[in-house]
Design a protein around this ligand. Structure first.
Ligand code: UT7
Length: 351
């Protein structure tokens, strides 16, 4: 039976470190509040003159390609997960293909728009292509440049202190080894909560959800705009989050997603060598750990250093775990995600 394995992994984070104390200078917040509520000590912000989501993704991809010991021209498909693309369109998939100088291969490039669950969704898509025999070297990237779209004033503090920039990538290849690779993936969504964690404007909604005036959309139906002066003036061009509401669902759906992955494959929590939860909030990860009665060594967190890097967070944590020697061949690893949409899911794999 063919399944996919992670043949190479790598990550890239920008050099610029932004501490909680740096944020104290921009808004009414404190290192104490941020650490107590989220566990975050610092995050990285990209260099605006040189870096974008695509370039960070490309740097991570180069490391994954080297780790997999393949030539970049061997890649036969690209999947790029992000909520902070360089352009509204085209997506980062084609941009990273060009950045890696493999555009002349004309391989397909797919963008995944599933926010915090983007990597798990992307992994599931890539896994199906490998299992079907269609592709043999898929490049899957999760990357975010959040720092370009955060409200860095007190008004936006509940969101802006959480997010950071970064990228990570994997190369997926087929394997017939029964003791290695992706065992299963599980994807879920509930669109009834779409606006509870969302970046609504600019967008094509045109005030259709009864909020025409709030966003300042013109009455003339032929005057088409994605962005209005009112959106800018009223600070409506940033992500917003109903934090407590999201937290409540996250602590239910994360453990459920992990249990679904384990029971499908005949395992229990104590069998896990490593759980890599999406790094949304250290308190959420600790809650999940307690719910599943996992030991400290069974859960990997690095949100303290990078904040929430959304689509990059799971592969960034996995890549650091691999680099630190924490992951051994044959280890049972669960990746679990929850976020905007709401979307959530998990993947169980043997390293
Ligand atoms: O990755 C996608 C998934 N996202 C998540 O899973 C996020 C889930 N939610 C959370 O992580 C938490 O809800 C937050 C970290 C966002 C917020 O923590 P909280 O414990 O739920 O705080 P809160 O929003 O209830 O705010 C408590 C207080 C409020 O003040 P009052 O009304 O009690 O006077 C806020 O105005 O803290 C205030 N506050 C802040 N104070 C200092 C909010 N943000 C800040 C801040 N610094 N940055």
């Amino acid at each position: 039976m063919i399944r996919s394995k992670i043949a190479g992994i790598g990550h890239y984070v920008p050099e610029k470190v932004i501490t909680n104390h740096d944020l104290e200078r921009l808004m009414e917040t404190s290192d104490e509040w941020i650490q107590e509520r989220t566990g975050i000590q610092e995050r990285r912000f990209g260099n605006r003159a040189e870096e974008t989501t695509t370039t960070m993704g490309a740097r991570a991809a180069e490391k994954a390609i080297e780790h997999a010991d393949i030539d970049k021209n061997d890649i036969d498909f690209i999947v790029f997960a992000t909520l902070s693309p360089d352009y509204f369109f085209p997506g980062c998939g084609v941009l990273v293909q060009r950045e890696l100088d493999i555009a002349s291969t004309e391989i397909g490039a797919l963008d995944v728009r599933n926010q915090c669950s983007g990597f798990v969704y992307g992994l599931s898509v890539a896994d199906q292509f490998i299992r079907s025999g269609m592709y043999k070297n898929i490049l899957l990237i999760g990357a975010e440049m959040h720092s370009m779209g955060l409200d860095m004033t007190t008004r936006g503090r509940d969101v802006s202190v959480i997010f950071g920039d970064g990228a990570a990538a994997v190369i997926l290849q087929p394997t017939e080894d029964s003791d290695q690779g992706v065992l299963s993936t599980h994807l879920h969504a509930d669109g009834r909560h779409a606006e509870e964690l969302a970046f609504i404007s600019p967008g094509s909604h045109g005030g259709r959800y009864g909020e025409k005036e709030k966003y300042g959309f013109p009455d003339n139906e032929f005057e088409s705009v994605f962005i209005t002066r009112k959106m800018i003036d009223d600070g409506l061009i940033y992500p917003n989050m109903n934090g407590k509401y999201v937290f409540k669902y996250a602590v239910q759906k994360f453990p459920a997603a992990v249990m679904e992955a384990l029971t499908t494959n005949g395992y229990k929590p104590s069998d896990l060598d490593l759980l890599i939860p999406h790094q949304a909030n250290l308190r959420i990860s600790q809650f999940v750990q307690r719910t599943l009665r996992l030991e400290d060594h069974q859960v990997f967190n690095n949100i303290q250093k990078y904040g929430n890097t959304t689509a990059a967070s799971i592969p960034l944590a996995l890549s650091e775990a691999v680099d630190s020697g924490k992951v051994k061949r044959g280890d049972l690893i669960c990746l679990a995600a929850f976020g905007s949409g709401f979307t959530w899911g998990s993947a169980l794999l043997k390293w």
